[in-house]
Design a protein. Structure first.
Length: 115
């Protein structure tokens, strides 16, 4: 999607790295900071799980590490999985959205480009 929207190859590569850094580093650190500052007063498990859906890396992580009891235990996710209120179907749907949404946007951008 970024490549379809960008005018230059270098700009697309730089923006793609920036988006990746945002989702993998900045969003997670920001969410962690909010959770630590909140001390469980306002943000409950449901809100936290919904906020995690806004990050494709977190959706992938929760789907792979939180859905199997053995994997949860070995990966250290057993405590988090106790508060996981999202079913594997919801996580798979969110991951599908994170793939199909940008793909559909890229196709729309390609169609609008002059030949």
């Amino acid at each position: 999607m970024i490549s379809a929207a960008a005018k230059e190859r270098a700009g697309a590569a730089g923006l793609a790295v920036g988006v990746w850094l945002f989702f993998v580093l900045v969003y997670d650190l920001g969410l962690l900071g909010v959770l630590v500052a909140d001390h469980g007063r306002w943000l409950g498990p449901t809100v936290v799980n919904l906020l995690l859906l806004l990050d494709p890396a977190d959706v992938y992580r929760m789907l792979n590490l939180g859905t199997s009891a053995d994997v949860r235990l070995l990966s250290g996710m057993a405590g988090l999985a106790r508060d996981l209120v999202l079913s594997p179907w919801v996580l798979a749907g969110a991951l599908l959205f994170w793939v199909a949404g940008p793909l559909a946007t890229a196709l729309a951008l390609f169609r609008r480009r002059p030949a």
